[in-house]
Write a protein that binds this ligand. Structure first.
Ligand code: COA
Length: 373
């Protein structure tokens, strides 16, 4: 009989990918060979999206055409707008994105796998529109225009949400956060998308399933949970006292720990710098100081480091983004990684179907219902 691992498929190699390396030797993240530090310092999110979808960094003309196609694909079909208007204002925006993706799959289905690049670009371009259209309709009653002339996804999202052009600091901070969230090897949602793709199902089904997996607080939902934690405290001392108590009750602190990284999450250092800049720019130094103290206590008490979600929380807060939209922002970016993995799975497919060790009752004789006592 095969040996069962300690659960959660920890340490199990479940396939191959050329898209990213995560935590080789406990540290580091690369997308197709490029370090996350280089990408976050020099690239725009659209360049990174192109890299993931097409396997190489774009040349000048490639990028211009890609950006133009994304701009042209921002619109939402009227029947999808009708669905969005029917969803309750109390819906979680992750559920709205999951529904929006699924509905788009009925209105604009991927008929042949050859259409997969178009389907990916379409979703990448219009998911921000879906999110903000629903949000503005349900919270302000306005049917906003989503086909803005913004050059980047970061600008498009922030402008649609706030009704004005973002500052350069805000635009770039948001852009970097999209780069950091874009791809992460066989994480739970990507693996989910690959499983669906491995059945030869359609693109929208795979992405819809990925959104469902990302929603939980052990995965993408951690950034929202981290914000809820940080906002509970008036000052760093209160945070420290409360955190020590939480740890003594063996509570998990969201935004810390990682299945693969053992020394640090390289994305955290990058977003932390942006979080600090943003907090200073909007006079939220206390928010940053509380976050830093939580990090200090976690390192001291548990030898644990923040993951990408922890400092993303304060960064998103300073960008004026409502907390329930934090995980959806992850979707807007991770569509690229999911899509690239779907392409990769399809290019060399075999059904993903593992086995289980049976731990149920031994074989039993059938009893007619009247004899069951
Ligand atoms: N806070 C406090 N303790 C934590 C912790 C956290 N965030 N993450 C892990 N631990 C502790 C567990 O309680 C467990 O302790 P024990 O051995 O005494 O029971 C030990 O570390 C191992 O944790 P486990 O949940 O088995 O690790 P995992 O590899 O299955 O989980 C995560 C990885 C990311 C799911 C986990 O660290 C976690 O739940 N973090 C918070 C959620 C989060 O930030 N998710 C986003 C990931 S990018």
């Amino acid at each position: 009989m095969n040996k069962v691992n300690k659960g959660g498929l920890e340490g199990i190699v479940a396939g191959q990918t050329r898209l990213s390396t995560v935590g080789i030797d406990g540290v580091g993240l690369t997308y197709l060979g490029y370090s996350i530090e280089d990408l976050a310092a020099h690239a725009g999110f659209e360049e990174v999206a192109y890299l993931l979808l097409y396997g190489e960094l774009p040349k000048v003309l490639d990028l211009a055409n890609f950006v133009r196609r994304l701009k042209e694909r921002r619109g939402i079909p009227s029947r999808l707008k009708t669905v969005l208007e029917q969803l309750p204002a109390s819906s979680h925006p992750m559920d709205v994105l999951r529904t929006g993706c699924s509905v788009l799959g009925t209105l604009e289905p991927e008929v042949r796998f050859a259409d997969q690049y178009e389907a990916a670009e379409r979703l990448l371009a219009c998911m921000p529109s879906i999110l903000v259209y629903w949000y503005q309709f349900q919270h302000t009653g306005l049917r906003i225009e989503v086909e803005l002339d913004a050059d980047s996804i970061a600008e498009h999202f922030l402008q649609s949400l706030h009704g004005k052009l973002p500052s350069e600091l805000d635009r770039r901070a948001f852009d970097v956060s999209l780069i950091l969230y874009a791809e992460h090897e066989f994480n739970a949602s990507t693996f989910t998308a690959r499983i669906v793709a491995s059945t030869l199902s359609d693109f929208h089904s795979a992405i819809t399933a990925g959104i469902g997996a990302l929603r939980g607080p052990l995965h993408g939902g951690a950034n929202e949970a981290a914000m809820e934690l940080i906002e509970r405290f008036q000052d760093p001392d209160a945070a420290e006292t409360s955190l020590v108590e939480m740890l003594s009750r063996k509570e998990k602190i969201m935004g810390f720990g990682h299945r693969v990284y053992k020394q640090c999450d390289p994305r955290s250092d990058i977003i932390q710098v942006w979080s600090k800049r943003l907090c200073e720019a909007v006079g939220q130094e206390q928010l940053y100081a509380i976050s830093e103290r939580i990090e200090l206590v976690m390192r001291r008490e548990k030898k644990m480091f923040p993951n990408l979600d922890f400092y993303s929380a304060s960064a998103f807060r300073c960008l004026g983004i409502p907390t329930p939209m934090f995980t959806p922002l992850f979707v807007l970016s991770r569509i690229t990684g999911w899509a690239a993995h779907i392409f990769e799975q399809r290019a060399d497919n075999r059904l993903i179907r593992p086995s289980a060790v049976y731990i149920g009752p031994i074989t039993r004789n059938w009893l007619p219902i009247e004899q069951r006592g």
